[in-house]
Ligand binder design. Structure first.
Ligand SMILES: [Zn+2]
Ligand SMILES: [Zn+2]
Length: 154
């Protein structure tokens, strides 16, 4: 699944379950290690771990999206958006989001062969195939990208 599909999925889930639009960015971040996703309170963007989807499938991803959207909507509405807050707990209960993301196994590391790195902000995008960096822009800041081939040592 690519970032634009993820973005659409988050927007759809937001409208369907919260009756409110998701107006920020949702991206896959392969640097997330053990968490399935996270909400960035400063930018209001959501980041998801591609391994959750690869290892556990769409249902798991949807559960994580609902969970992160609870953080997102509670925060934007000025309600309690942290795990311990009642507002957040009720939100999760109402829409059936995951309480916790499943544990991610380490043995199935992705064989990423290629890395696109933003020349402006340094954001890294790992890819399985070689890509032309001139055809893409940084999803975070819109900066130009450079391509780096990754050499794996086993
Ligand atoms: Zn959370
Ligand atoms: Zn950037």
């Amino acid at each position: 699944m690519e970032n634009d599909e993820l973005q659409r999925l988050v927007e759809e889930i937001s409208l369907h379950f919260f009756s409110m639009p998701f107006l920020h960015k949702a991206i896959f971040n392969s640097r997330l290690k053990t968490t399935g996703g996270r909400y960035l309170t400063k930018t209001h963007h959501l980041e998801f771990n591609p391994k959750s989807y690869e290892q556990y499938g769409l249902d798991e991803l949807i559960g994580i999206i609902k969970h992160e959207l609870c953080h997102y909507h509670m925060h934007l509405q000025g309600k309690g958006y942290k795990h311990k807050d009642q507002d957040f707990k009720q939100c999760l209960k109402k829409i059936g989001g995951s309480r916790f993301a499943k544990q991610l196994s380490k043995q199935k590391e992705q064989p990423y062969r290629f890395l696109l790195e933003c020349r402006t902000c340094g954001q890294q995008y790992f890819r399985k195939k070689k890509m032309n960096p001139d055809r893409y822009r940084c999803g975070k800041c819109g900066g130009k990208l450079k391509g780096i081939e990754i050499d794996y040592q086993k």
